[in-house]
Write a protein that binds this ligand. Structure first.
Ligand SMILES: Nc1nc2c(ncn2[C@@H]2O[C@H](COP(=O)(O)OP(=O)(O)O)[C@@H](O)[C@H]2O)c(=O)[nH]1
Ligand SMILES: [Mg+2]
Length: 335
């Protein structure tokens, strides 16, 4: 999972990146960040494995970003390969209107997609002249629908069916990606920013990137807790952003456990046991026999796999079983 942090110059992107990436951030603009999940440690406390492996999200601090003239091609190009967009808005300096920044960023994404769709359709029109068979008609139809949406200045993400169309996947349309706006407010949030209400895969979080970066630099968990409390927030930027990213992308977590390691895995909601096995290893998918599943609720209640087995809480599930958030899964397979 890749998330690109982008926005205008001096909006606080690097402060936010450092808040998320902690000590890793010093010499890089890319970091694998461990997904905080208290369930993982709770499971490890019972299993006592040699290793505990959290899920990870990759964050990229995209440098640059103009001001009034928009983001520019280089920034948009760096953002395109990501799964999720994190747009930072300067709501702390008082120098720019954050709502205006938001509109410019959103329109940059739409215009960039419009450009991609138009170019591709022009190319297809040329191919059609050379020979009808050269044109993929399903792709062309999907592109035309996308173009209509974009010409109305609507992002593709507000049409989920179209945004997810397999014919459009290769284009990595920016306005189709889930988008999280980060309103970077000052230390006291003196302006008292009010966040817009939006539906669809877009949402808004207000936080102070500089404070969060200072928080992330504290080694001592006790000091950290005290600062969090004095800031009047219970959760760090990382907690909030990761939770919102999972919600926006419809992601869930399942766990595997054994003497060797306890590990968290991230999959889209609705993933089947067979697909989940495939995210771990292709052999596991190929030789899939069944999945032994303990729900998180039952694990919390019993705190023991032995008890779960005796009480019949450990379920045997087949290929089509849909994984639930928090499931602890053991795959039986044969290759
Ligand atoms: N007061 C205040 N300053 C901030 C905040 N976030 C960033 N800054 C400052 O704004 C400047 C630009 O931040 P930076 O993260 O480098 O912006 P970038 O260009 O988007 O990467 C730096 O001097 C930061 O310390 C914030 O939340 N509050
Ligand atoms: Mg920067």
């Amino acid at each position: 999972m890749h998330t690109a942090i982008f926005g205008f110059a001096a909006s606080g992107k690097t402060e936010l990146f450092r808040a998320l990436a902690g000590s890793q951030a010093a010499h890089t603009d890319r970091a694998m960040v461990k997904v905080p999940d208290s369930r993982l440690q709770a499971l490890a406390d019972v299993v006592r494995p040699r290793k505990v492996v959290p899920a990870e999200i990759e964050y990229l601090d995209v440098p640059g970003g103009g001001k009034d003239e928009g983001l520019g091609q280089r920034v948009l190009g760096s953002v395109r390969p990501s799964d999720c967009l994190l747009a930072v808005l300067d709501a702390f300096s008082g120098l720019q209107d954050p709502e205006r920044q938001r509109r410019i960023l959103e329109s940059d994404l739409i215009v960039s997609d419009l450009d991609v769709a138009e170019k591709r359709l022009e190319r297809m029109a040329l191919d059609r002249k050379k020979g009808k068979h050269l044109v993929d008609e399903a792709e062309e139809a999907a592109l035309r629908r996308a173009l209509e949406v974009l010409e109305r200045e609507e992002p593709l993400r507000s049409h989920p069916g179209l945004a997810a169309a397999p014919e459009l996947r290769g284009f990595s349309f920016l306005s189709a990606k889930p988008l999280l706006f980060l309103w970077n407010v000052d230390e006291n949030d003196s302006a008292g920013v009010s966040l817009p209400e939006e539906s669809g895969p877009v949402s808004h979080i207000a936080l102070c990137a500089r404070l969060e970066r200072e928080l992330a630099e504290l080694e001592d968990p006790e000091e950290r807790r005290e600062l969090l409390e004095s800031m009047g927030i219970g959760e760090s930027a990382l907690d909030r952003i990761v939770a919102e990213t999972y919600r926006l992308l419809g992601l869930i977590t399942f766990f595997t456990q054994g003497e060797k390691e306890v590990r968290a895995w991230t999959v889209p909601g609705g993933t089947t046991a067979l697909e989940a096995a495939g995210t771990i290893h292709s052999d596991m998918q190929r030789g899939f026999i069944r999945a032994e599943v303990l729900s998180w609720q039952e694990f919390e209640r019993l705190q023991s796999f032995k008890a779960a087995r005796e009480k019949g809480s450990l379920r045997l599930e087949g290929k089509e079983y849909r994984i639930s958030d928090g499931d602890i899964v053991t795959f039986r397979f044969n290759v």
